[in-house]
Structures are given as structure tokens and as C-alpha cells.
Design a binder for this molecule. Structure first.
Ligand code: AMP
Ligand code: MN
Ligand code: MN
Length: 330
């Protein structure tokens, strides 16, 4: 285990970068989840509280999932194809690799070239693409940001607490897993007057009849597939099925195959465009990050993803091949 002093020094280096910058752009990953938006907004609101000028961004040309707008400050996070203006520091949050910054990849690479890129992230697969890289795979990105805010003297308030809680909630599967310190942090954040039932409703529970019917349709076609020595529970969400449905409903599909009886791996194929699939892997029995990395993606031990091209059957065949030749032991 990493020595406490070494950990503190790594956090101090990142905190120093934040402390000395006057103008900051904060970039979350494309197709953001609540951990990405919660991280961007918590850091933005926190830095503004100590007088910095902050530009919050996500690298995609289209608006992100509407339910995330319930997070304070999320309405200010601009979907962008470039970083507008000059900044002392660019901070990439919750991005495991530079391509996760999407349409901002060029601008983020330029910031690294200028030695003004800070990476704050928790993915096992993180490539360390920043000038300073703070990567902590035991934390949520939001819990890392909470620690950094403390170090640079930003007091929390209700809005910042809400942003942090939103990220923590997603990263702990609505508090079904995660470390003791994440749960302790949730309790601390709640003391700022948060309404956890409302936040869960906004971010997780709220759905529509049409979305529920779409989920039902996909679930009705659940398959159990032998893939590279694994028993995979597979959900296929093709374009015709998911077109026009909310991103949050489509993303919720992964929750159903995390622990299906008789399976040791969950796979969701989500068709983003004709023959272009975002693939989600879930498992509590093997390290799926290693599989996703080999397929050009990344993620965590228990939850990872990548993209694949071809038919759904071709995507499954590709996965089976990689599964049979990857060390996924925990
Ligand atoms: P998802 O299956 O999309 O919910 O993602 C699970 C985890 O894997 C998240 O932490 C993502 O950041 C990561 N992930 C998903 N897709 C990719 C990808 N194409 N490249 C890198 N990381 C990914
Ligand atoms: Mn995320
Ligand atoms: Mn994350």
C-alpha cells in the first residue's frame, strides 16, 4: 500500500497547481455521468469561491443527459469543441485517457505541451497524460476533489456538497459499494442540508413510460453467452431500440447484468451509430478493466468500457477472443 506521506505529497502537488492558477478551464469526459459533471461543477464552484475565473466544459458537440442538469452549476457546463480564451491551467477530471476529453482532445494535448495540464482521475487505466497527474484508484473523482478543496482552503457549501454527493452516489452504485471513507464523506455532505431522496430521484430513479418500455424490451431479450471461458449475460441495445430514448435509461441497462445468476460477466452493447457500439463490461469476479484496455478502452476493475465496430455478433466474437487471452484475475 502506498505510504501516507507519498500520497499526501501527490495531493499537495496537484493542490499547488490549483492554488497558483488564476484562470482555469475544467474539462469532464464526453457522454458525462454524474461523477464527471459533479467533479466539473464542484471544482468550478469551489475555485470560484476563492476568486478564480473558471470555465467548465465537456468535449462533445451535443448537450449531455438532461437529468444531470439537477446538479448545481451543471447548466454552466458547456458542450464545446474548443477551449475558449486563455487559461493558466487546464484540469481534466474523471478522464482516464486524453481521448475521453472528446472534441477537446486537441486543446487538451496543447495544454500538456505547454505544461499546464492537471489530470485528476480514478481509473485503473489512466495513462498519465497530464503535466501533473493525480490518479487515485481507491477514490471517486469527487472525493479526490473534496480533499483538494480542503487543501486549498475552500469551505464547502450546500451547492458544492450536492455536486460532490452526486458523483459519490454514482461511483458507489447508490451506496451499494465503495470504501468506508466514501460513505463517511456522504454523511458529511448530507450535513449541508442535502435531500438525498430528491438527488437519487433526479439522477437515478426518474424515468418515463417510453424509456421503461425500451428497457423492458432490451431485458426481455437477455442472452446468456459462452465467451472466452466466461458465462456472459448479454444485453443488446441496437439503434432502432434506443433511438430517441434518454441516455440515462440506456446507461441504466448495465445495472441489470452486474450480477445475473449463472453469469460471471455482464456485457451491454449500445449502438451509438450504424455498426458502432459502446460496450459496457461489469463483473465482481474478474478484472474487466484489463479486457477494456486491450480493446482500446478503459475503466475500473468492476466496470469498464470500450467501443467496437461491426455487427453485434462480431462485437461478441471479438470480446470472446480477447477474454480467452487476457489475465483478468483479481
Ligand atoms: P460505462 O460502461 O460506459 O458505464 O463505463 C464504465 C467505466 O469505463 C467508466 O469509468 C468509464 O469511464 C470507462 N469507459 C467506458 N467506455 C470507455 C472508453 N471507450 N474508453 C475508456 N474508458 C471507458
Ligand atoms: Mn465518469
Ligand atoms: Mn468516474
Amino acid at each position: 500500500m502506498e505510504a501516507a506521506a507519498e500520497r499526501a505529497a501527490r495531493y499537495a502537488r496537484a493542490a499547488h497547481k490549483l492554488a497558483v492558477a488564476k484562470t482555469v478551464a475544467v474539462v469532464g469526459h464526453l457522454r458525462p455521468d454524474a461523477d464527471a459533471i459533479g467533479s466539473v461543477t464542484a471544482l468550478t464552484l469551489g475555485l470560484e469561491k476563492i476568486g478564480k475565473t473558471v470555465t467548465p466544459l465537456v468535449g462533445q458537440p451535443v448537450p449531455f443527459s438532461r437529468n444531470l442538469l439537477s446538479i448545481p452549476g451543471a447548466d454552466r457546463v458547456s458542450p464545446a469543441t474548443d477551449i475558449p480564451g486563455e487559461h493558466d491551467l487546464i484540469v481534466a477530471v474523471d478522464c482516464g485517457s486524453v481521448d475521453r476529453t472528446g472534441t477537446l482532445t486537441g486543446a487538451v494535448l496543447a495544454a500538456a505541451e505547454d505544461e499546464k495540464l492537471l489530470v485528476i482521475d480514478h481509473h485503473v487505466s489512466n495513462t498519465g497524460f497530464g503535466t501533473v497527474n493525480l490518479i487515485d484508484t481507491r477514490e471517486s473523482t469527487t472525493s479526490m476533489i473534496r480533499e483538494l478543496l480542503l487543501m486549498i482552503g475552500v469551505p464547502l457549501d450546500r451547492d458544492i456538497a450536492h455536486c460532490l454527493y452526486a458523483g459519490l452516489m454514482t461511483d458507489t452504485g447508490s451506496f451499494r459499494w465503495g470504501t468506508a471513507s466514501m460513505h463517511t464523506l456522504a454523511a458529511e455532505l448530507m450535513s449541508y442540508g442535502l435531500d438525498p431522496r430528491r438527488i437519487a430521484a433526479d439522477l437515478v430513479d426518474s424515468t418515463s413510460v417510453a424509456d421503461l418500455q425500451m428497457v423492458g424490451h432490451v431485458l426481455a431479450n437477455t442472452r446468456m453467452v459462452e465467451a472466452g471461458g466466461f458465462n456472459a449475460a448479454v444485453l443488446i441495445a441496437d439503434q432502432a431500440t434506443i433511438a430517441g430514448h434518454s441516455e440515462s435509461a440506456v446507461e441504466s441497462l448495465a445495472d441489470y447484468v452486474r450480477e445475473l445468476n449463472g453469469s460471471n460477466l455482464g456485457v451491454v452493447l449500445k449502438e451509438q451509430g450504424p455498426g458502432w457500439w459502446a460496450v459496457s463490461l461489469r463483473s465482481s469476479r474478474c478484472d474487466v478493466s484489463q479486457v477494456a484496455i486491450r480493446l482500446g478502452g478503459g475503466g475500473h476493475v468492476a466496470a469498464a468500457g470500450y467501443t467496437s465496430r461491426g455487427t453485434a455478433e462480431e462485437a461478441l466474437a471479438e470480446l470472446a477472443t480477447v477474454l480467452s487471452t487476457t489475465d483478468v484475475s483479481l
